[in-house]
Design a protein around this ligand. Sequence first.
Ligand code: SAH
Length: 267
Amino acid sequence: MSAMPAKVGTGFASGIAPDRNGWVVVAGLGPGRETLVTPEVEAALAEATDVVGYIPYVARVAPREGLTLHPSDNRVELDRSRHALEMAAAGRKVVVVSSGDPGVFAMASAVFEALEAGPLAWRALEIRVLPGITAMLAAAAAAGAPLGHDFCAINLSDNLKPWALIEKRLRLAAEADFAMAFYNPRSKSRPEGFARTLEVLNETCRDARPVLFARAVSTPEQSLRIVPLPDCTPEMADMRTMVIVGNSATRVIEGPAGPWLYTPRSA
Ligand code: SAH
């Protein structure tokens, strides 16, 4: 065991052990389509007494008797995590839901942050993280194989980190010729970030590599659009869009239902 951090709550010392029946599962619901929810996530939801998460994700869980749904607004991830851990300590079986994969810009880190800062007794809780299909992989598969060689994923939201850091990572990833997948590319509250992203990419890449705008992947509203980098404009992305920028070897080939996008394995 590693040394205990200095700042801990009451926990074992005060004899408050968690109820052994309780658990927390942090689960990814996939990008949208029901068939992309894994069987182990379905099994956890079938056993749960409580589901916690952001309103639109909790809405994807079918209500049933014995299951309490706790939808909450965005940006309250830590409160939501504490609530889940508290309920589990009281014997509830709690699933914390995220879209896609829970470890990709989602709830899993928030749960561990709350665990680290919370009462020591929470450390004895059964906690499992169940992976899901992240939007990046669903978008890549829908378009072909744009992530077939080295790539990186960047969250373009500056809610939790300074814009300067995003811009540094963008520039260095483009210089290193990674293909790039962008989550949270553009929102109403941050309209200028994605415009700046396109400027940085054009300055660094200086070519017409293809960029994929994959919106609402695996849902009935899915749309895929491939645009050469110099022709990309900020309005092409919104918060339901995954943007994938190819590396310098990524190319397009025509297919019967639209173009395929792929990155050779040698690039
Ligand atoms: N944990 C999630 C990502 C949360 S961040 C995952 O692993 O997929 C939310 C961002 O994910 C959105 O702004 C969008 O960029 C992307 N996203 C999520 N679902 C999507 C979908 N079905 N189609 C396209 N992009 C999606």
